[in-house]
Design a protein around this ligand. Structure first.
Ligand code: DER
Length: 237
């Protein structure tokens, strides 16, 4: 099975938790995309009715619009029944790294007001500890003096061998910084060692005035769905 097929299996499993009349947080990324496609299909078939979707990015907003999923926001619906989203890393305590797709702020806002937050991953996302994949821990920062903030973040995690890099736009002008849906920049943090207490690390980052939000989703997931060659598993917190 390809990685995308595994993502689709996990996504479809998560949609089994969706019931008519739910207000749903719609995640962002290639795994969540499959779940949103599936929800659109069930609505079209009449197997699901009266669903309201709360998109976590403009990209998801557009996908949901194309599927005729009725949309709203958390101003109107401050409590959601269920959110389904992918993750970049999942540690043994179901803490997540998210944001490599650039949507961490809206994801964290929306997934923070759900009764259930179902995370869907293929097995490649499982790590022993956050930052363990050697890939980025994204941090959304204000554009103003982003270098200052990046240096403060590197200093904060110098014992873990942290390197901070400004995320650059994938396409177009190669030197243009990536700009989030909220008009901010992203600093990607790379670690050589475990950063230890995640809560303390997250709180310390948020104390910097230039930091908007970080990509660690601590104690937020309620259900984890993992697809692998061996099949799909569902684990509740
Ligand atoms: O950027 C994000 O937060 C995405 O949800 C990411 O964590 C998962 O993206 P993927 O499903 O494309 O791997």
């Amino acid at each position: 099975l390809t990685q995308d097929e595994l993502k689709k299996i996990a996504a479809y499993k998560a949609v089994e938790f969706v019931e008519s009349n739910m207000v749903l947080g719609l995640g962002t990324g290639s795994t969540a995309k499959h779940a949103i496609d599936r929800i659109g299909e069930l609505l079209k078939q009449g197997k699901l009715t009266n669903i309201i979707g709360i998109p976590t990015s403009t990209k998801t907003h557009e996908q949901a619009l194309s599927l005729n999923i009725p949309l709203s926001d958390i101003d109107t619906h401050p409590v959601l029944d269920l959110a389904i989203d992918g993750a970049d890393e999942v540690d043994p305590d179901m803490n997540l790294v998210k944001g490599r797709g650039g949507s961490l702020l809206r994801e964290k806002m929306i997934e923070g007001c759900c009764k259930k937050f179902v995370v869907i991953v293929d097995e490649s996302k499982l790590v022993d500890y956050v930052g363990g994949s050697g890939l980025a821990l994204p941090v959304e920062v204000v554009p103003f003096c982003w270098k200052f903030t990046a240096n403060k973040l590197e200093e904060l995690f110098c014992d873990a061998g942290c390197v901070a890099k400004l995320r650059i736009n994938a396409d177009g002008n190669k030197n243009a910084p990536y700009v989030t849906d909220n008009g901010n920049y992203i600093i990607d943090l790379y670690f050589k060692k475990d950063i230890g207490d995640l809560k303390a690390a997250g709180d310390a980052m948020l104390r910097f005035a230039g930091v908007v939000e970080h990509g660690m989703f601590i104690d937020m997931a309620t259900t984890l769905i993992v697809a692998s060659e061996m099949g799909v598993t569902v684990r509740h917190k």
